[in-house]
Ligand binder design. Structure first.
Ligand code: AKB
Length: 319
């Protein structure tokens, strides 16, 4: 990777992926694009360009202008938001991918697109979910993710485009809030622990889901895109996980630092039914074997860091 374009750079992952990649590949070699001017402003220590990823002509002009060799397509409406307007989610999620793949084909770029635990469905084995298994999701988000995986593999075998992807679990971070995801509670709980010492979970007890701390997610993006292609048996997409917990487990971890922390429940039926259709915990041995995936953060190490970083934001009046 020499000249990188990030599409959807203002989102939860994109906003941290941009500085991460700039730190490795050079500030001027990572171009951040988004629809939102305010989000671009925050990334303007390097090149930023306003772009609607559905505008293929402008997208293609930017790739040519900056001599891009790698596209990170981070555009997505998440699972819970997608259910509010399924056709809009299809249009945005698949439209951004379609443009990324065609522009990559025409300009000889590699493409990274995140898939998700949302690509699995109720009849997937829920425990130790294998890499290659039944994928019949029941959300439009999941339908887009499975379609995206298939389309990306097709562009690789049919046109030779270097497409690669991971199935991200819920990503926990302290810079940009996620929006409209089923796993968002695992971020909100830390913010509310600092602000109110209390959190009302919108997912019920015993709802186990795979999760990962942002630094591991960023490492995964780089490690996979730098992996020797000869070693990749899979491409789109690799199971990766760092931990699996339910709301009680994360609350217990927070109580080690804030003993009076209170957790109660007000279950959101839509989010709960989505969570019930997803794996409890995935098996990620193919990622470990094919490109060396090895996360550094477990629940307790992540909790120490989240509470510390969110407290700093609180003390500065930023939240
Ligand atoms: C969501 O909850 O929609 C996302 C995801 C797991 O892909 N965080």
């Amino acid at each position: 990777m020499k000249n990188i374009l990030i599409v959807g750079a203002g989102g939860q992952i994109g906003s941290e992926l941009v500085p991460h990649l700039r730190g490795i590949y050079g500030v001027n070699n990572v171009v951040a694009t988004d629809l939102d001017d305010n989000k671009l402003q925050a990334l303007s220590d390097g090149p930023v360009v306003k772009l609607d990823a559905l505008d293929g002509e402008r997208f293609s002009d930017i790739v040519k202008k900056y001599n891009i060799d790698t596209i990170f397509n981070m555009v997505a409406l998440l699972s819970a938001t997608g259910e509010k307007d399924p056709m809009l989610a299809w249009k945005i999620n698949m439209g951004a991918l379609e443009n990324s793949l065609n522009i990559a084909k025409d300009n000889k770029c590699a493409v990274f697109t995140p898939s998700s635990i949302g690509a699995f469905g109720p009849n997937t084995p829920h425990d130790n979910t294998p890499q290659d298994t039944i994928m019949h999701p029941t959300t439009i988000y999941g339908v887009c993710k499975v379609s995206g995986e298939l389309l990306s593999n097709y562009y690789h075998t049919r046109f030779g485009v270097d497409t690669r992807s991971v199935r991200f679990p819920g990503i926990i971070s302290n810079v940009t809030l996620p929006g409209g995801g089923t796993t968002d509670y695992a971020v909100e709980i830390y913010y509310d622990a600092i602000r109110y010492n209390k959190y009302t979970s919108n997912l019920g007890k015993d709802t186990f889901l795979d999760m990962m701390y942002m630094p591991d997610a960023l490492d995964a993006c780089v490690q996979l895109m730098e992996a020797d292609p000869a070693k990749l048996i899979h491409r789109n997409s690799f199971n990766i996980t760092a931990m699996s917990f339910d709301p009680e487990m994360i609350a217990a971890e927070i109580r080690k630092h804030n003993p009076d922390f209170i957790l109660d429940y007000n279950v959101d039926e839509v989010k709960q039914s989505i969570a019930n259709s997803w794996p409890n915990s995935m098996e990620d041995k193919c990622a470990r074997e094919e490109w060396g995936w090895n996360p550094k953060y477990d629940l307790s190490k992540m909790t120490v860091d989240m509470l510390e970083k969110v407290k700093i934001k609180f003390d500065k009046g930023l939240i």
